[in-house]
Ligand binder design. Sequence first.
Ligand code: KG4
Length: 340
Amino acid sequence: MDTIILGIESSCDDTSAAVIKNGYLLSNVVAGQSVHEAYGGVVPELASRAHQQNIVPVVHEALKRAGVRKEELSGVAFTRGPGLMGSLLVGVSFAKGLARSLGIPLLDVNHLTGHVLAHFIKTEGEEADLPTYPFLCLLVSGGNSQIILVKAYNDMEILGQTIDDAAGEAIDKCSKVMGLGYPGGPIIDKLARQGNPKAYTFSKPHIPDLNYSFSGLKTSFLYSLRDWLKDDPDFIKHHKEDLAASLEATVVEILMDKLRKAAQQYNIKEVAVAGGVSANNGLRNAFREHADKYGWKIFIPKFSYTTDNAAMIAITGYFKYLNKEFCSIDAPAYSRVTLK
Ligand code: KG4
């Protein structure tokens, strides 16, 4: 019998629904929220209101594109956390209502686990090259920078994580002080392609274990910029490409140094990357270089899986469904960052 899972994601500012049948993706619909652009960041109250407006049409569209009737669904997977509470509640409540009305199981998914398991999504007509357990995953987003040892779909160990800012957060903040716009990641990425990554040197952290730190880099960037602006008020205008390239190169170097250390320490050669920052071209290139130099087998997600999406929620729900790991109707959403 077919296993058809509807996934629902509403943890931040994207409302998304996806359908996965027997591990194969049939549809993945994402509605973004442009309402936040004017504020330079996500406004939680506006986000939850937009989710409320989007959720029904987005789910409807995902089912339509998949060619699946809701009565055919085996289970409903939803992001339970972490994320913005008001945003999460829209998806959580919708998923509970739908699952109950159809009399099918509910599957709660941790958003971060979803990012990691996105590497297992299969697409009809495309050759599936899936990671084998155990593998390492570098999870890099606006809120997280973690090295995860993935032992099974439901057994993950955090080997190292940031003790202050996340990689994406540091890039976003540096971009903001340069007046480049929000979110800074894609802007820095684009500018960096035209700049010299060796033009400037910023400080790198010295932490002995597998943890990260990005606040020192951020401070070093701000102080250097302040000095350069004293001499030349148009410094940013004239050097933004080199600044972006040097900043990106430092972030990538910090990330890869620890990842390499983890791979050596745990003797693992299968290495994946996930999360919003995994869209970064400098980071993707560094992964390819590491594959050549260290014999790593690498897993780089499709761009559509780097940002928030329900496909990754549906695939995680699919694995849980096969293992009968169902969730109770009274399970609350959680906002804090955990990996469960
Ligand atoms: O995983 P994600 O979509 O969600 C949050 O954690 O909120 O990650 C968003 C982060 C932001 O910091 C954004 O600037 C960064 O991912 N990002 C990038 C790129 N695209 C998005 N950073 C560097 N290069 C990119 N191309």
